[in-house]
Design a binder for this molecule. Structure first.
Ligand code: LEU
Length: 555
């Protein structure tokens, strides 16, 4: 039995390592695929009841550990399901045939073929999503890149496919953070991703990186929860928690504490970790903000019952809570009104007449108003499998305006510590190249425009986009003193502010109803665009606080 298990087990591991199949070279792909076909055929014919005997193995040490390895027989079709949606046409077609074959032959052996349960997003109809075999060459290449990097074409990538220029920056940075040169061991990086995603109970990212952690050679016992991990990694938890919800509380003392003592962090390792944490906090916002669905091989992503065909009517859409704090009459501005206001504001040139006190006052107004806006009231019950990676799940965002006195924290002046002048070089110094990669990504997200608004062409949307970006920083207490915050109130109506606040600060609470109720005349690609800005502004906000603390510690 052990021999069989070992054999399948190794194959499983190599299957999961799609690299040879995910190769740009057609011949390499063919070769690798033939090997898979052979493996599957051996499984189907070589043993009397290979799948049944595997079923009795409930847990396997080594690779797999906690990830339902007992369901190995389900994984083969799983894996094939992933390939059905890969960006290589030749492979897709072949896989379809193989799956059909498997369906026929497998039945008599009790083999169950999973069906995809969801589309890519709970919010965006499938026919509006960029298809795997898109004719757009740049996007197609990026999908291939993503497939090669991540061993799959994940739903995040596919949704970001609306914005190829951004996707390019995103994939480059993420690849570097997770698999490039850097001070932290690979399995640490994925575990840190899990810890970060846990702050928002983002099981999508937790599942993805649980698998990656194993593939990177991580010890499966760590997946039973935080109590099993090395002290050094556990020490990171406090800063993870603060950074995710109240980054203004981070001080140089946190950095000092981590960088001294027995199991200490080097400053380089810490900078790597801080960037990973912020990346995955912000990515959790994106996952919820766009209603990303579980992957086909993740819990909630597949079904064995014959009935279900992909639909958008999954959990998230059922969430629509009656007590939503988004008002029905929330007054979605509509594109015409928005354009009208942008035009007026551009002509008025008001900021030149304002004193710095008045500008400060405007900032404080928006900040105080933001504290009055309740985010979504739909508070989900945390899932047990994610909770094991979470300490103090009740520690959540608190309005910056309500931070209270014991430690009266002033707002963060972006002019005194900015990404461009300080954060960027700080990041590069301790973790080479990352500053440049992040900078490209920030610049891309900040400036991205197609000069369109819904169906309208040739529109300068700068003002709207600035308002979104600066509003997010405002919720974190970050102030740009060359910006007139009165514009935020002109550009963003109350429901949209509530949406932005929910997705940035409490993403796990967002419902489909809320997604639908804002930016009604925008295209889905534009709503995703707003979510990209949200991701990046949040990420930058967290980094400004943590890198400033590192700097203060070093000087
Ligand atoms: C988020 C959207 C309002 C962006 C707009 N479509 C543009 O091209 O700038």
């Amino acid at each position: 039995m052990e021999g069989l298990m070992d054999g399948v087990y190794r194959d499983e591991a190599s299957l999961r390592f799609l690299h040879p199949v995910a190769n740009r070279d057609r011949n390499v792909r063919k070769h690798a695929f033939d090997a898979i076909v052979k493996t599957v055929e051996t499984w189907l014919t070589g043993y009397a009841t290979p799948f049944n005997s595997l079923e009795s193995i409930s847990s396997v040490n080594g690779i797999g550990g906690n990830i339902a390895i007992g369901k190995l027989q389900e994984r083969v079709p799983d894996f094939l399901r992933l390939l059905v949606e890969c960006p290589f046409k030749d492979l897709r077609d072949k896989t379809k045939c193989l799956l059909d074959d498997l369906k026929k032959k497998g039945k008599s052996k009790g083999l169950k073929i999973p069906k995809r349960l969801n589309n890519v997003s709970f919010f965006i109809p499938e026919n509006k999503i960029i298809s795997v075999d898109t004719k757009d060459e740049q996007t197609q290449m990026l999908f291939i890149d993503a497939f090669i990097q991540n061993n799959r074409l994940d739903h995040i990538t596919q949704v970001m496919g609306y914005h190829p220029h951004y996707l390019d920056c995103f994939l480059r940075t993420q690849q570097y953070l997770l698999r490039g040169d850097g001070p932290l061991p690979y399995h640490y990086r994925h575990y840190i991703a899990i810890m970060a995603a846990g702050r928002h109970q983002c099981s999508y990212l937790v599942n993805l990186h649980t698998q990656e952690f194993i593939l990177a050679g991580g010890d499966p016992s760590w997946l039973s929860g935080l109590h099993t991990i090395p002290q050094k990694l556990r020490d990171l938890y406090e800063i993870n928690k603060i950074l995710a919800h109240r980054p203004w509380l981070i001080s140089k003392d946190h950095i000092a504490k981590l960088t001294k003592g027995k199991d200490n962090w080097s400053v380089s390792e810490l900078v790597h970790a801080l960037i990973l944490l912020s990346h995955f906090h912000a990515l959790s916002s994106f996952v919820y903000g766009c209603g990303i669905t579980p992957e086909v091989d993740h819990e909630g992503g597949y079904t064995y019952s014959g009935k279900s065909s992909p639909s958008n009517s999954n959990s998230a859409s059922k969430h629509s809570s009656p007590s939503s704090s988004f008002s029905e009459s929330g007054g979605d501005l509509g594109i015409d009104v928005l354009m009208e206001r942008m035009k007026k504001l551009t002509e008025s040139d008001e900021i030149n007449d304002m004193t710095s006190e008045e500008l400060l006052q405007q900032f404080e107004n928006v900040e105080n108003q933001s504290a009055e806006i309740t985010a979504s009231a739909n508070i989900p019950t945390p899932r047990k499998d994610v909770l094991k990676f979470v300490v103090e799940p009740d520690f959540v965002y608190q309005d910056f305006a309500k931070r209270g006195t014991p430690c009266d924290i002033p707002s963060f002046r972006a002019q005194e510590y900015s990404w461009e002048d300080h954060g960027f070089s700080m990041a590069n110094r301790y973790y080479s190249e990352i500053g440049t990669l992040l900078d490209d990504k920030f610049t891309c997200a900040y400036n991205l425009t197609y000069y369109t608004l819904g169906d309208k062409m040739n529109v300068d949307t700068t003002m709207f986009r600035r308002a979104v970006w600066n509003y997010i920083h405002c919720m974190y207490g970050i102030r740009h003193d060359d910006y007139n915050y009165a514009e935020v109130n002109q550009m963003l109506e109350r429901n949209l502010k509530a949406y932005i606040k929910t997705v940035t600060c409490y993403p796990e609470r967002l419902t489909k109803k809320e997604y639908d109720s804002v930016m009604r005349e925008f295209k889905h690609s534009e709503k995703v665009h707003v979510n990209l800005m949200l991701l990046e502004a949040r990420l930058q906000g967290e980094l400004l606080y943590s890198l400033r603390a590192v700097m203060q510690h070093m000087t």
